[in-house]
Design a protein around this ligand. Structure first.
Ligand SMILES: [Zn+2]
Length: 435
């Protein structure tokens, strides 16, 4: 009797070879070999949403000759972009009109915060269901990012409803609930909220303290402990403006006035007398799972601390320009072995939320940066910062096939020209998902 063959319990799809004019692996470049993490006439083998192999097309064709090949003529195949810092829930807040077309807040972050709060207040009065409006615009923004080739967004929000923004969307969203409080009363309220969340169904929600100037040291430490327990990254806005550093060093300046005017100052906060990173280091919250967002006003010793602790940094050039707070010392970060992530920050502090534009702005701000380093920030840097580098951020066997097919411009025939184009094209970049 002939043996009956049982059907395979999982139907595996046939691997497909994707061949591109160029394939960017996104792995650290080996300048000596001239590889720059880019393969001319390269190919990827993809099956069941995972990368099986990557290499020169002629080698891949030898090993996977039986598989169907999809040609992506004149295209660069590259890892999906990673937005290392965003507040999707602020997508409905456009503050550009409040600075009357000047394009910058001239370095006064407290003026920006005042405008942000006023805009929020006005919209919540005007809209019948403000939350619905907020979520709708946030989802639209996320879809737009997805259409531009963003595979992951590290998202921060004050509303618990924002944790659902990424549901059912192609782009993966990791949401962190932002907490703050600098007075004794506000600190007690936030601790009570944390306890309630822990006791209820919200115990798995990740949290983030807003910034060193808005959150008490005890809260910052408690949120870091919780992040460690949950095995999550610990993200915090750090050294965004010189006024932040002035406040932490001396207890004076526009932040002190702003806190007092808002009733958020009761004198209980002990002025640390040091810069943002020195201060966080003294609280014991800087390690390899700490993500310092902005990192504009850090001194040499602070960069050394971040490097030594293998802490992560996320740069937001578009937001920094909008607020006029200065430029982060990118070259120094790179020289210390820190590959920063790149983030758009929110629509409230940026004219557009495009990772292609962020790369272009960073290049404009730092003429000496290598284009391939900037592209690595927008991909691998973000993945490392959010602890997802085993899944995405580069193209390697075993990783998710989150791959973009980007149209080349005519006559690009050198690896450097490809990276030059990708990091200066801005919103003009034409990227499609491979699958
Ligand atoms: Zn932010």
């Amino acid at each position: 009797m002939k043996e009956q063959k049982e059907p395979h319990p999982f139907k595996l799809s046939q691997p497909v070879i994707h061949r591109g004019a160029w394939v960017i692996s996104g792995l650290p470049s080996d300048a000596r070999k001239g590889s720059h993490g880019i393969i001319e006439d390269g190919a990827l083998v993809v099956a069941d949403g995972l990368i099986q192999a990557i290499g020169k097309y002629r080698n891949i064709a030898k090993d996977f000759g039986h598989c169907r090949t999809r040609e992506h003529e004149g295209k660069v195949l590259a890892p999906a972009l990673i937005n290392g810092h965003c507040h999707l829930e602020l997508s409905h807040l456009d503050l550009a009109h409040r600075i009357h077309g000047q394009g910058t807040y001239n370095g006064d972050p407290t003026k920006w915060i005042r405008d942000l709060l006023a805009e929020r207040e006005e919209l919540s009065k005007a809209a019948v269901d403000a939350e619905e409006v907020m979520l709708g615009r946030a989802r639209q923004t996320l879809q737009q990012m997805s259409a531009e080739g963003v595979g992951f967004v590290g998202d921060v929000g004050n509303s618990l409803a924002s944790r659902f923004i990424g549901d059912g969307q192609r782009t993966r969203v990791c949401f962190l609930l932002e907490l703050l409080g600098l007075t004794k009363e506000a600190e007690a309220k936030t601790f009570a909220r944390l306890e309630n969340m822990k006791a209820g169904k919200l115990q798995d929600i990740g949290c983030t303290p807003h910034a060193p100037y808005s959150t008490t040291p005890a809260l910052i430490q408690a949120i870091k402990k919780q992040a460690d327990r949950q095995d999550r990254i610990f993200s915090i806005h750090v050294a965004e403006s010189s006024q932040e550093v002035e406040f932490l060093q001396t207890g004076t300046g526009v932040f002190r006035e702003f806190l007092a005017a808002r009733g958020a100052w009761d004198g209980s906060f002990t002025i640390p007398g040091k810069g943002s990173v020195h201060y966080l280091e003294s609280l014991g919250v800087i390690d390899s799972k700490t993500l310092c967002v902005h990192g504009v006003h850090v001194d040499h010793a602070e960069i050394e601390i971040l490097a030594k602790k293998k802490a992560k940094v996320c740069l937001c050039p578009g937001s920094n320009r909008f607020l006029g707070v200065g430029k982060a010392p990118v070259t120094e970060f790179l020289a210390h072995g820190i590959l920063p992530a790149l983030g758009t920050d929110s629509k409230a502090s940026n004219e557009a939320l495009s990772m292609w534009r962020e790369m272009r702005l960073l290049r404009e701000d730092h003429a000496g940066l290598l284009p391939e380093s900037v592209f690595a920030m927008a991909t691998r840097g973000g993945a490392e910062a959010w602890g997802i580098a085993s899944d995405m951020g580069s193209l390697e066997p075993g990783k998710q096939a989150l791959v973009l097919a980007i149209s080349c411009k005519d006559k690009m025939c050198k690896a450097q020209e490809i990276f030059e184009y990708l990091t200066t094209a801005g919103e003009a970049a034409d990227a499609e998902w491979l699958e």
